[in-house]
Design a protein around this ligand. Sequence first.
Ligand code: DHK
Length: 142
Amino acid sequence: MKKILIINGPNINMLGSREPGIYGNATLADIEKAISSLAKELKVEVEFFQSNHEGEIVDKIQSVKDKVFAIVINPAAFTHTSVAIRDAISAIAAPAIEVHISNVYSREEFRHKSYIAGVCIGQIAGFGVDGYLFALKKLASL
Ligand code: DHK
């Protein structure tokens, strides 16, 4: 069975109470529940990882080299700063999709730049929780 790793970056653990006008009311647990139920339908295995620490995300990506089929990643604020996460994704050569809950392009200019998108097969932004589901569906179909 294909295994897909779902990575969430800093402050995604605060969803539900964090700026609901931007990020909605769903909690990270709600998102993981929706992903798990779609994964069942698609007959893929999913693993979840959330961290507020850049190095932990790099370590996690390195640790799944040759062990996962693909990655869905919401690098959150690290999207706009992290060469290290970009290089880790490149290094393990598994297909990845970058997801953002909000439409980063309608927000502050510093959110318009992604260091990660260039090493992903695509980017989804602005569709809330559905973005994770679209990404999972795409990766499961590869
Ligand atoms: C989440 C964050 O925490 C922000 O730092 C990003 C992203 C956008 C999101 O929309 O999921 O800029």
